[in-house]
Design a protein around this ligand. Structure first.
Ligand code: AMP
Length: 365
């Protein structure tokens, strides 16, 4: 598909979404508000996104015929999780534009590529080494020191596929447990806090970033996002600049979320990137002029980006596992904005919904 002279896709067009989770659900809700229809492609039936989409395809990500039918039925395709197989994206791209495209995806899918890319454009990360066998683990630990974190290079999420190497950790055990010959050893960052920035880039190259927010994790899973992050204006400016540089270098049309560490001396180091809406941007639905989801729709459809201004400060709390059972009390709480994802089975660690609480806007931009 020749994407060189992009067309604006007006309301009424159909947006295809690869992936059927809550991010897809919230993309579809934002798209519907602007008069677009969505068609979700997921490998599981009854996905959260399918409940709110005009059409749904349930098929494997390697089902060529289903992917072709899906592509024929939509005008543009986006994705809601980055571990979509590269071949799936290429199969769809043969027929319709996929935004963001394969470069952003490939980079975000592999922690080695991601770190090499970031460092290559002058963005700092924790020190790291590629671990490909038992011997290279020794060399990496000698170079990086302890404590450090060994992470699988691909397919890790929400803290899965990670082992902390402590002063007394046995490297034979660590190597056996990581179970891959494509891993990254990272220096352990003694951070003051974790932040993220979500940045959008339109079809015409226009860029708009949301303010940096603070993210608090529990058991490696995002628990709470606080907007804005309590960081210095200098650190906030550096975080915004990192986001803009990365979204341009990856040539993204859509969104890029960048998770970062802020160290005690105000240094900003990137942890990881995701070319899609992000859990730490859910607060924008209730507190900003234009949410991250509407911003994505605008970007991929070639509309002008919207204002990223917030009218309120916000705290977003994920409802994980059986925390979702608090929904009656949250419904009754004045000012609490409740979002439920329509998942029937409650499992530990599963993101079931979130609640956003607003506060009057503080001054910092
Ligand atoms: P990740 O899956 O890479 O986002 O890691 C999940 C969480 O583990 C992060 O949000 C941090 O809280 C923690 N973490 C990951 N990498 C590091 C690191 N290099 N130093 C310290 N903490 C880390």
């Amino acid at each position: 598909m020749n994407d060189a002279r992009p067309q604006r896709l007006d309301p009424g067009s159909v947006i295809g979404i690869l992936g059927g989770g809550q991010l897809g659900r919230m993309i579809a809700l934002a798209a519907a508000r602007l008069g677009y229809r969505c068609h979700v492609y997921s490998d599981v039936p009854d996905s959260p996104a399918s409940h709110v989409c005009a059409d749904a395809t349930v098929a494997g990500y390697d089902d060529r015929a289903a992917l072709k039918r899906f592509a024929d039925a939509v005008d543009v395709v986006t994705l809601e999780f980055e571990n979509i197989p590269e071949e799936t994206v290429h199969a769809v791209m043969a027929h319709k534009p996929v935004r963001p495209g394969p470069k952003a995806l490939a980079t975000a899918q592999d922690r080695m590529l991601e770190k090499d890319f970031l460092n290559g454009i002058g963005i700092a990360t924790a020190p790291y080494r590629h671990v490909t066998d038992r011997v290279s683990l020794d060399a990496a630990v000698a170079a990086i020191g302890r404590p450090s974190i060994l992470k699988t290079a691909t397919s890790g999420y929400d803290g899965k596929g990670q082992i902390v190497i402590k002063p007394d950790s046995d490297l034979d055990t660590v190597y056996r447990d990581i179970g891959t010959d494509h891993a990254v050893l990272e220096g352990f960052v003694n951070f003051a806090l974790e932040i993220s920035v979500i940045v959008a880039r339109g079809l015409d190259g226009e860029v708009a970033a949301y303010i940096p927010v603070e993210n608090r994790h529990v058991n490696g899973i995002l628990d709470t996002t606080i907007a804005p992050a309590g960081i210095s204006p200098g650190a906030a400016a550096r975080a915004g600049e990192i986001a803009r540089r990365a979204v341009e270098a990856l040539d993204i049309v859509g969104l890029l979320a960048i998770e970062m560490f802020v160290t005690w001396n105000g240094e900003v180091l990137v942890n990881e990137i995701a070319p899609r809406p992000h859990n730490s941007g859910h607060w924008t639905i209730d507190a900003c002029d234009v949410s991250q989801f509407q911003q994505l729709v605008r970007a991929i459809c070639g509309l002008p980006l919207g204002s990223t201004e917030r009218h309120s400060d916000a705290e977003m709390k994920n409802l994980i596992g059986d925390e979702v059972l608090q929904w009656p009390a949250l419904l009754a709480e004045p000012g609490a904005r409740l979002h439920l994802y329509g998942k029937t089975a409650i499992r530990p660690g599963r993101k079931m919904g979130h609640v956003t609480r607003l506060r009057p806007r503080s001054n910092p931009a």
